[in-house]
Design a protein around this ligand. Sequence first.
Ligand code: AMP
Length: 182
Amino acid sequence: MRLVLVGPPGAGKGTQAVRLAERLGVPHISTGDLFRANLSQETPLGLEAKSYMDKGNLVPDDVTVRMVRERLADDDVTKGFIFDGFPRTVSQARSLDELLDERGEELDAVVEFQVDEDELVTRLLARGRSDDTEDVIRNRQQVYRDETFPLLDHYRAIVVSVDAQGGVEEVTDRVAAALQDR
Ligand code: AMP
């Protein structure tokens, strides 16, 4: 199964992606995790991404797409994948469409995580990652609204919206149920 998870920062995409990946037997691909791994290994890509990540801005599309293209060359994605945090712009979505087209593949669904805004800030402040200060959180929410939300229109034919509030297991079950006919 080939899935994209879309939702504002703090919606629980990462947590759910790990659980869904296990249930579906496909790898979880988080561009945020890939950037953080590059950053901790101080690769040129990591150093390039750092200034954007620190401010909660998006890393440029060409850098991000190049990294994803490399990840999709790995053997483990032949059965599918769950993208978490990618694509984040309509331009990235078009690039992903092209990459999949070249492979003769298509997405099965785009899962939209719906959460109240107050709940998001509470969740992120509790997480305490280095880019989880209040200003940066607020900027990431704004970037989501401006750049990422329009993806739902780009993918409207395959969007599945899920209420992402409540317990972790409850939400996983809801997503799995919503995907059953896909
Ligand atoms: P995340 O772990 O998904 O919250 O991502 C953390 C940070 O990594 C974001 O605030 C961006 O700076 C960067 N990032 C992750 N995914 C992308 C993407 N698809 N496009 C651009 N920047 C990204």
